[in-house]
Design a protein around this ligand. Sequence first.
Ligand SMILES: [Fe+2]
Ligand SMILES: [Fe+2]
Length: 177
Amino acid sequence: MRYIKEYEELTSEILQNKYFLELQNDSHHGTNRYDHCKRVSYLSYLIVRLFKGNRQNAAIGGLLHDFFHGETGTSAEINYLTHPKTSAKNAKKYFNINDEEAKIIETHMYHHALAKKVLPFISKEKGVNLKECRPTSKEGFIVCLSDLLVSIFEVGRYKVRYDTCLYFLFLINIIRY
Ligand SMILES: [Fe+2]
Ligand SMILES: [Fe+2]
């Protein structure tokens, strides 16, 4: 199909890059980070097509949104405030991304920051600046939403930690009401 071909053209260089391929070695939500990034990227691309946004920015921003190395839970890079910055730095280092794509990567944890602000009892961390975490484009919000939806799918499918599932349950309730 035409859109699959377009998606492959936009992302093939990154998907074959040896530093990006190393994400296959990092576990993430019970799967590996390479597959997680691919899912988020493809879903973002499909949603952006519906809303007539910038398809390249969504596909690239989605693909590189978690471009950091290290096992989940063992590194400070996993922190929800720092890993978007690390991912954007890596993306700039290895690929020729534009400013919009970099911004999408840097703000992809907005949903998480929002949940922590609304539900402070799930975290003792302070100093979350929601304004800084907020996406600045339609594509940025779409990558954020795709990351959340893909994460829920992965958590449900691969059965990760109980408290992580609980967090998602809270989040779904916020969205519903
Ligand atoms: Fe992330
Ligand atoms: Fe992610």
